[in-house]
Design a protein. Structure first.
Length: 563
């Protein structure tokens, strides 16, 4: 599918300005970035922002962006996550080049650099237990205390580190720490752990390694080994930058990438914490990582979001240095803008009530011509069967209509989309339930074009489906997953208590025009007057569509109020 993007010209953001200046001054001859996900979960919309930034900058400067998995914690990693992340990046329209890279590619070099740090007296093996290391670390207002093992000899540290590598010690009993400054005002510089023992099977290296490097140590050296010019991180890594620079400076590496931090994406009515997303998945509050209510890339894809809409969203919100919360409506508007151009129009009645046209000939089936797109004739037309009995939306009829109600009711005439004008005659009500079961009308056979020859004006136009030829469909009305803008704002309330009970409503009695029988899984259409709907890529079948609502035609959330 062609990706349609907004190519508007705008001033460079601060990251692009830095890169432009570096190229202009000759500091770098090219631009090399990277996207370094951990393979311990599925990517979400926040990761999509980072993907678009890193790959986008590389594309704009005819450079390269590496996809590098930070696979340094085998106890939480899975090949399924590796595969899903690659699929997400490709789906967004980006290319990482000849091969995927892994931090595990560099395990031998990372180990060699750790040995070098020991040899120059800048790293030591510590036998404090994890809780003791935290206690010795100090606080923001008090300096830390030096480990009793800090001044071991180089020879002893080398021997102990080799024993760690060989698996001779148990997990948590020994770590390798950088020797920096326990009185540093930056807690990250107070002799951070750079290697720990993990006796877990690694998805790529198997049981080869018993020790694994920590992220801060791995990240800077991996960047260096790949010749990264600009290492783009979110703001929580700002306090880690001194350690990033310390490792590279201390080892006097031939390449020293520049770490630049930007504000992470925060959206209303959702959470971005991978831990909390996992809690919802494992607790079965959602149906999985690709549940269409989840703002994972796989969930957005299943719901019907397009790569172009997400890329345009990332471009619209831009890159900043301050944390802020973006309204969910911005993302929803981008998918509306994109689907408005590309989605075929169709008619589907979600809450049907039968209309019987009393003066319409028995057994007659007419073919009405419907436009696939009202503004794009090139998208063609389709035929709509019209019969004596139709279905309309229950909300399109009112027994006692107000003056501002322009749909069907006593004394009212309405236009059927692509069909005739019909006039109310009577209706039938179920005595037990009080629900209307039938509405009787007459039609004007001279109004097949939708307009009256005598020039009378009809204000209301409603959609419909032939009762005889309509296709039964399953429709899922998806809405925002949480009922409040910031589910994490009230620390006294578990974020799970803020879940929106109406985030998914399943409709099993909907009826659609018969052309939807040919709808392919993953294909998106606009149900006229209803919204945009995607045939579920996993559950929809030809002839038996299951439709997920991608987004409504307009933002009605504010008018609904909080649930």
């Amino acid at each position: 599918m062609e990706i349609i993007e907004n190519k508007e010209t705008r001033p460079l953001d601060f990251i692009r300005q830095i890169i432009a200046d570096d190229l202009q001054t000759g500091k770098h001859q090219g631009t090399v970035t990277r996207f370094p996900p951990e393979p311990n979960g599925f990517l979400h919309i926040g990761h999509a922002k980072s993907i678009c930034l890193n790959f986008g900058i590389a594309e704009e400067n005819h450079g390269r962006c590496n996809l590098r998995f930070d696979d340094t914690n085998p106890s939480k990693e899975d090949v399924a996550y590796v595969e899903s992340i690659q699929k997400d990046v490709q789906w967004l329209g980006f290319d990482w080049g000849e091969k995927v890279l892994y931090a595990s590619d560099y395990f031998p070099q990372l180990h060699a650099y750790a040995v070098e740090l020991i040899q120059i007296g800048k790293a030591y093996v510590c036998q404090l237990l994890p809780d003791e290391i935290r206690q010795y670390r100090g606080t923001l207002t008090e300096p830390g205390k030096e480990s009793p093992y800090r001044n071991r000899s180089v020879a002893e540290n080398l021997q102990l580190f080799e024993q760690m590598k060989n698996g001779e010690f148990e997990e948590g009993t020994h770590v390798l720490r950088a020797k920096i400054d326990m009185a540093s005002p930056n807690l990250n510089m107070r002799d951070p752990v750079i290697y720990r023992i993990l006796k877990a099977h690694h998805h790529r290296t198997g049981a080869t390694w018993k020790i694994y490097p920590m992220y801060d140590y791995t990240h800077c050296l991996s960047d260096m080994l790949e010749g990264i010019t600009h290492s783009l991180c979110t703001l929580e890594f700002q306090d880690h930058r001194p350690l990033y620079d310390w490792v590279l400076d201390t080892l006097n590496t031939p390449c020293h990438p520049r770490q630049i931090e930007f504000a992470r994406l925060n959206l209303t009515y959702t959470v971005m914490s991978k831990r909390k997303l996992l809690k919802m998945v494992e607790g079965r509050y959602v149906e999985g990582w690709d549940d269409p209510r989840m703002l994972t890339i796989s969930g957005l894809r299943r719901r019907g979001y397009t790569p172009a809409s997400i890329r345009n969203f990332a471009r619209t919100i831009g890159i900043g240095k301050s944390e802020s919360r973006i309204d969910m409506g911005v993302l929803e508007n981008e998918i509306r803008n994109d689907l408005n151009l590309r989605a075929d129009r169709r008619m589907c009645v979600l809450d049907p009530v039968k209309v019987i046209i009393d003066n319409y000939p028995e057994g007659l089936i007419e073919e009405m011509v419907g436009k696939n797109h009202p503004q794009d004739p090139a998208m063609g037309e389709r035929m709509l069967p019209f019969s004596k009995e139709l279905y309309i939306e229950r909300d399109d009829f009112m027994e006692n209509p107000s003056k501002k109600y322009h749909r069907l009711g006593p004394g009212r005439e309405v236009r059927l989309r692509y069909g005739y004008l019909i006039q109310y005659v009577s209706h039938v009500t179920d005595e037990t339930t009080g629900k209307i079961t039938e509405i009787h009308c007459t039609y004007d056979p001279e109004t097949k074009s939708g307009s009256a020859p005598d020039g009378r004006k009809v204000k209301g136009t409603i959609h419909w489906v032939s009762a005889e030829k309509g296709l039964p469909v399953t429709v899922r009305l998806y809405d925002r997953l949480f009922k409040v803008e910031d589910p994490e704002a009230d620390k006294a309330v578990d974020f799970l208590e803020q879940l929106n009970p109406m985030s998914r409503v399943i409709i099993s009695g909907a009826v659609a025009e018969p052309s939807l029988a040919a709808l392919q899984p993953g294909e998106t259409v606009q149900f006229e007057r209803q919204g945009y709907f995607c045939a579920d890529p996993l559950e929809s079948k030809i002839g038996r569509p299951v439709l997920n609502r991608t987004v409504t035609l307009r933002d009605s959330w504010e008018s609904k109020g909080q649930l």
